[in-house]
Design a protein around this ligand. Structure first.
Ligand SMILES: CC(C)(COP(=O)(O)OP(=O)(O)OC[C@H]1O[C@@H](n2cnc3c(N)ncnc32)[C@H](O)[C@@H]1OP(=O)(O)O)[C@@H](O)C(=O)NCCC(=O)NCCS
Length: 186
């Protein structure tokens, strides 16, 4: 079971936010949150209508992260509203269960204030303590400068580029970088 103690932070403007494990009761707010973020960014592979179609489906996804020892779903919250999230899923078969991919987002009004850094540091701390996870990986659009800077700042290294992997529209292809960080001495 992936669970972390709730921690309170102060952002760069002096406002408080907390980071905690998501629960199934968050499903409806999480779905609205992620759809809203998807509408304001072109850096997701999914568009807003491609996320789980119902609150029930979202609840199942959240519960899976709560139950599974190699998965975690954290939210950042301020004044009762979700302002960011990070998720991680270990590989689904034995030979890739030691590694997994993360996904992270922060709502636009809160970007550049340290929330993404706090979420990623919290995830890495959990991964370091997890007895199975050895490698945390991610994929990021090569055009997503602020995300790439965040990942490099926290020790992620590029391991490859998939050319024209995403198609935003006619003739609008984007390369995707694959990055990783080991969380154990291998
Ligand atoms: C990527 C994202 C999660 C970062 O979250 P954030 O809360 O803004 O991150 P932070 O404020 O902690 O900043 C972390 C680092 O990112 C970089 N960064 C943040 N804002 C930046 C900006 N406007 N321009 C360039 N770099 C920026 C900096 O390196 C910063 O570290 P520093 O301030 O110590 O130099 C956020 O921008 C986001 O949700 N973007 C849209 C969704 C997305 O792209 N998700 C990632 C998909 S792979």
């Amino acid at each position: 079971m992936a669970d972390i103690p709730t921690t309170t932070f102060t952002d760069r403007t002096g406002k408080e936010f907390l980071i905690r494990t998501a629960q199934t009761a968050d499903a409806e707010n999480l779905l609205s949150y992620i759809r809203a973020v998807a509408d304001e960014t072109e850096f997701f592979v999914l568009e807003s209508d491609e996320f789980p179609p119902t609150v029930e489906a979202e609840r199942t996804w959240v519960q899976d992260h709560v139950d599974h020892p190699g998965k975690i779903l954290l939210v950042a919250e301020a004044e009762g509203h979700i302002i960011g999230n990070i998720s991680f899923e270990a590989g689904p078969s034995r030979r890739i269960a030691h590694r997994g991919n993360l996904g992270i987002s922060v709502t636009r009004a809160w970007r550049g204030r340290g929330v993404g850094t706090a979420l990623l540091q919290r995830l890495l701390k959990w991964a370091e303590a997890n007895p199975i996870i050895e490698k945390v990986a991610l994929e990021v659009f090569a055009t997503n400068d602020s995300a790439i800077r965040l990942y490099k700042k926290l020790g992620f290294i590029e391991q490859g580029v998939a050319r024209k992997e995403v198609k935003l529209g006619p003739g609008r292809h984007v390369d995707v970088l694959s990055m990783y960080r080991f969380v154990k001495q291998l």
